[in-house]
Design a protein around this ligand. Structure first.
Ligand code: ATP
Ligand code: MG
Length: 399
C-alpha cells in the first residue's frame, strides 16, 4: 500500500478497535490501483459522526450534517465520512436528506461511477460490489446502477464523467453516454462554480480531447455558460489539443484565444463562469499576449506588461494552437534583459520629480508613465539624471 495509506492506518485501527468498520474509499483507492499518485485519503466508516469524534482528541466538523468529520493526526487531516444513503434530489443536485447507515454496500451504492465505488481494507483486500475492478481494468467509466436515474439525481456527475475520461484516458460506457445525452439540460440547475471546477479539471487532464469529445458529442457543452455559440471553436479545440494545460489561467486563455475574444468579452465570459477577479485580469493579459505571439508582434512593451509568468502561459497556449510560438527561453530571455520589470525599478520616483520642481498632479503621473515606457523600450537609460532631464523636457513640450 502507498505511504499515504500506511500513515492513515492508525486512524482505521482506532475505529475498528472500537467495534466499527472503516475503509479507504474514493479517488485514492482508484488511483492506487491505477498506479497513479494520490492526493487525499478518504475514509468511510460505520461509526456515526458523534461516535467518530468520541474516539479522537482532535477533530473538525468539516461537513458533519452529511457525516464528514476531519481527524487531525500529526499535522495531517483525514476526512472520515459515515456510511450514508441519499434520497430526494428534488433539485437535481443536492439530496433532500442523507441517512446514516451501518452498511458499506449501501454507501458504495450512492457513489457516482463504479471505479469510484471501491473500498480498500487495511490488509489490502478490495471490496467491489459493482464490478469496478473490471471497469478499471477495461478503462471504463460507468455509472453505478441506472445512469438515467443517477444523472437525474445529481447532474454534476455528467461533468465528472467527462473530466475523469480526460484525466484517465478512459472510455465512457455507452449507456452512461446515453444518460448524459438525455440529461444535459439539467446541468443548468447546478451552481456554475461546481461546473467550473470540473470543466477546468477536464482541460488540465492529460487527455483533454477524450473528455471534450463526449462533452461535444452529447451536447453537454450547450448547457455551460456561453458555450452554445462556440460549437465550431470547441470542436476545433477537441481536434487540436495534444496534451493537458498546465494551469487554470492557461485553460481560460486558450478558450479566449480560440473564441477570439476581446478584452471586454474575456471579462464577460469569465464573469459568467463565476471566476475570481485576479484570474480574469491574468487571462485578459495572457490572451493579448497570445494574439501578439501569433501575429509575430511581440515588442518590449508587451513583454513588460505581460510579465514572465503570463508570457510562459501565453506561449504554451500558442503552441497548443499551432499558431506561431517562441522557444520559451527566447521569450523569457528577451523579458529578462529589459531595463526594468516594474515601475518601482525606475531610477526616479514621484518624490524625485517633485524635488526637481515638478508640481504634484496629473502631469506628474504622465511624466512617470512616459519615462516607464521610454525605459522599457530602451529609448532612455534607467539613470536618475537622464530621466530627470527627460521628464522636464517632456513636460515643457507638453505645456
Ligand atoms: P479526485 O482525484 O479528483 O479527488 P475523487 O474520485 O476522489 O477524485 P472527489 O470529488 O474527491 O473525487 O470525491 C470522492 C468520492 O466521493 C468519489 O470517488 C465518489 O465515490 C464520491 N463522489 C464525489 N462526488 C460525487 C457525486 N457527485 N455523486 C456521487 N458520488 C460522488
Ligand atoms: Mg478526492
Amino acid at each position: 500500500l502507498p505511504e499515504e495509506f500506511i500513515k492513515a492506518r492508525p486512524i482505521i485501527d482506532t475505529i475498528e478497535a472500537a467495534g466499527y468498520a472503516a475503509y479507504y474509499v474514493g479517488g485514492s483507492v482508484r488511483d492506487t490501483l491505477l498506479g497513479l499518485p494520490i492526493h487525499d485519503v478518504d475514509i468511510a466508516t460505520s461509526a456515526y459522526p458523534e461516535e467518530v469524534k468520541a474516539l479522537f482528541k482532535r477533530t473538525v466538523d468539516t461537513g458533519i450534517e452529511h457525516g464528514t468529520v476531519m481527524i487531525l493526526d500529526h499535522g495531517t487531516g483525514y476526512e472520515t465520512t459515515t456510511f450514508r444513503t441519499e434520497s430526494g434530489y428534488q433539485d437535481y443536485r443536492r439530496p433532500d436528506s442523507v441517512k446514516f447507515v451501518r452498511s458499506l454496500k449501501e454507501d458504495l451504492n450512492r457513489r457516482d461511477f463504479t471505479i469510484n465505488a471501491l473500498a480498500l481494507k487495511t490488509d489490502g483486500t478490495i471490496i467491489d460490489y459493482f464490478d469496478g475492478l473490471t471497469d478499471l481494468a477495461e478503462h471504463r467509466i460507468k455509472a453505478v446502477g441506472d445512469p438515467e436515474k443517477r444523472f437525474n439525481e445529481d447532474a454534476l456527475r455528467m461533468m465528472r464523467a467527462v473530466r475523469f475520461a480526460s484525466q484517465l484516458n478512459f472510455e465512457i460506457d455507452p449507456e452512461t453516454i446515453e444518460g448524459i445525452k438525455h440529461h444535459g439540460p439539467l446541468l443548468t440547475k447546478i451552481a456554475v462554480e461546481r461546473i467550473h471546477v470540473e470543466f477546468v479539471k477536464m482541460l488540465l487532464g492529460q487527455w483533454p480531447s477524450k473528455g471534450l469529445d463526449v462533452f461535444m458529442a452529447t451536447g453537454l457543452y450547450q448547457y455551460c455558460p456561453d458555450f452554445k455559440a462556440y460549437q465550431e471553436q470547441l470542436n476545433h479545440l477537441r481536434d487540436q489539443l495534444k496534451r493537458g494545460l498546465s494551469n487554470e489561467t492557461a485553460v481560460w486563455t486558450l478558450l479566449a484565444s480560440v473564441f477570439d475574444l476581446s478584452w471586454k468579452q474575456v471579462n464577460q465570459l469569465l464573469k459568467d463562469w463565476k471566476s475570481a477577479n485576479q484570474l480574469i485580469e491574468d487571462v485578459q493579459v495572457a490572451t493579448q499576449a497570445v494574439s501578439a505571439i501569433s501575429n509575430h508582434s511581440v515588442d518590449d512593451w508587451l513583454l513588460y506588461q505581460t510579465g514572465s509568468e503570463l508570457l510562459t502561459i501565453a506561449n504554451e497556449v500558442a503552441q497548443q494552437l499551432d499558431v506561431f510560438a517562441y522557444e520559451t527561453p527566447d521569450l523569457l530571455n528577451r523579458y529578462q534583459v529589459l531595463q526594468i520589470h516594474s515601475k518601482k525599478e525606475l531610477a526616479v520616483s514621484g518624490q524625485d520629480l517633485m524635488s526637481a520642481g515638478i508640481k504634484p498632479g496629473p502631469q506628474l503621473g504622465q511624466a512617470l508613465s512616459f519615462l516607464e515606457r521610454q525605459v522599457v523600450e530602451n529609448h532612455l537609460n534607467n539613470q536618475t539624471q537622464e530621466l530627470l532631464s527627460a521628464a522636464i523636457k517632456f513636460l515643457n513640450e507638453k505645456a
